[in-house]
Design a protein around this ligand. Structure first.
Ligand code: FES
Ligand code: FES
Length: 205
């Protein structure tokens, strides 16, 4: 009897998709100082969609071979090894992945890497001074005990810097409104607001 070919069900299809995605996320990164990271060029079918993208992150240039559908959050964490930006919801709802792009806050989980090519990206790893001196907002978060588990903190700090630069830190209510996209499951909000108030005059425009 002739058999009808079985169609893959949803879960099988998704599994195959994830296997493909995992393979492409392992693409080699070629940084501008090529000696730092070298790997053979992609050759498998899974990597056929990779393309070269130049990224400026924390004052350093990177050239990455990346699937154009890769989000900035995944590029930072999985390709550049910058794990400060956190993946909370991966849907634009929690703010844990907030970074600065050309000085303005962006949700890196909703931003395609190719969209920021040639623009200046700042993550929490790039906020302190070259000598390690903490940014005033980082110091204020420490001084005011503005974090508990710390998972949301990198996004909170970068969002706070962005909200001050936007001129939206005049009052407590204004700060709460401007920071409402950054969720903290530990409810450290009162201390976060106090930290932003204290640091706002020290944050450069
Ligand atoms: S991880 Fe991007 S908003 Fe939640
Ligand atoms: S300090 Fe824990 S989620 Fe914000």
């Amino acid at each position: 009897m002739k058999r009808t070919p079985r169609r893959p069900n949803y879960h099988e299809g998704r599994r195959q998709f994830l296997i493909g995605a995992a393979a492409s996320s392992a693409l080699p990164l070629v940084a501008s100082d090529a000696a730092a990271r070298t790997a053979p060029p992609p050759s498998t079918a899974e990597t056929r969609d990779a393309s070269e993208t130049n990224l400026a992150v924390n004052g350093r240039m990177y050239r990455v071979e990346i699937d154009p559908r890769t989000t900035l959050l995944d590029a930072l964490r999985d390709h550049l090894g910058l794990t400060g930006a956190k993946k909370g919801c991966d849907h634009g709802q929690c703010g844990a992945c907030t970074v600065l792009v050309d000085g303005r806050r962006e949700l890196s989980c909703l931003t395609l890497t190719v969209a920021v090519a040639g623009r200046e990206v700042t993550t929490i790893e790039g906020l302190a001074g070259p000598d390690g001196t903490l940014h005033p907002m980082q110091q204020a978060f420490i001084d005011h005990d503005a974090f508990q588990c710390g998972y949301c903190t990198p996004g909170q700090i970068l969002s706070a810097v962005g909200c001050v630069r936007e001129g939206r830190a005049g009052t407590e209510d204004e700060i709460r409104e401007a920071m409402s996209g950054n969720l903290c499951r530990c409810a450290a909000y009162p201390n976060i607001v106090r930290a932003v108030l204290e640091a706002r005059d020290l944050v450069e425009g």
